[in-house]
Design a protein. Structure first.
Length: 229
């Protein structure tokens, strides 16, 4: 009886969260809304399909359901409890900038040897220590041209406010870009936090706390797929 309870308990916790696992319905959920069909050997194969808007990938039938609580593989694009970041794939992330929705423009990559875990204070870490939060494959790209001009930065992001500039602990992690408009055109300036403080992209304040985006395990920070310094 105890054994049955343990198995059931495992299934309730483990079955709901499964990503990239072939289910009894013959599909494997890759994210909350995407799936692949499974081979007879129970391996996810072929094209990635997306459920219609408002429908979620489930582990039973129908494959796509409008009932949000039946969604499988719910880890992708969910902001951390402190609204700092969300994992967008196995090894990429987006900053949440203090909201519960991941930014569509500012994110980064973990690099090949680390994985994104939404509970990891450093965003990325060794898969031996941290589970993969969002198991779909990503395309980390840290080889693009850098944005170093704050006006160009603000014309890309198209929203006024304070944004993180870069991730080098001793320099750019302490700086931020302030975006503003004048006569309908976006401009930006780079400011440096006072003393030995860092720019916190969640509270938009300068703080003595080191920042997750500046961790050694994060390999690069990007704005619309262009490198930030
Ligand atoms: C930054 O880009 C803007 C717009 O492209 C340009 O007018 C400005 O001169 C540039 N600033 C620097 C410091 O290069």
């Amino acid at each position: 009886m105890l054994r049955l309870l343990i198995v059931l308990g495992f299934c309730i916790l483990g079955c709901r969260a499964a990503c990239n696992t072939c289910n009894a319905n013959g599909v494997s959920c890759i994210s909350e809304t995407e799936f692949q069909f499974c081979s007879s050997a129970s391996d996810p194969i072929g094209t990635l399909y997306t459920c219609p808007t408002g429908y979620y990938c489930t582990e039973s039938t129908p494959i796509c359901s409008s009932v949000a609580s039946s969604a499988g593989c719910t880890g992708c694009n969910k902001c951390s409890s402190d609204n700092r970041f969300a994992c967008t794939s196995r090894n990429t992330f987006a900053l949440c900038l203090g909201t519960s929705t991941p930014s569509s423009s500012i994110g980064g990559s973990c690099g090949t040897n680390n994985v994104c875990n939404v509970g990891n204070p450093n965003i990325c870490g060794s898969p031996a220590t941290y589970a993969v939060t969002c198991s779909r494959s990503g395309t980390p790209d840290c080889d693009t041209t850098a944005i170093k001009n704050a006006t160009e930065y603000c014309q890309t992001i198209q929203t006024a406010g304070k944004y993180p500039y870069g991730r080098i602990t001793s320099t750019t992690c302490r700086q931020y870009v302030n975006c503003y408009t004048a006569a309908g055109i976006f401009y930006g300036n780079v400011y440096t936090c006072p003393g030995l403080t860092y720019f916190d992209s969640t509270s938009k304040l300068c703080t003595t706390q080191t920042q997750a985006r500046c961790s050694d395990t994060v390999s690069c920070l990007t704005l619309n797929a262009r490198l930030l310094p």
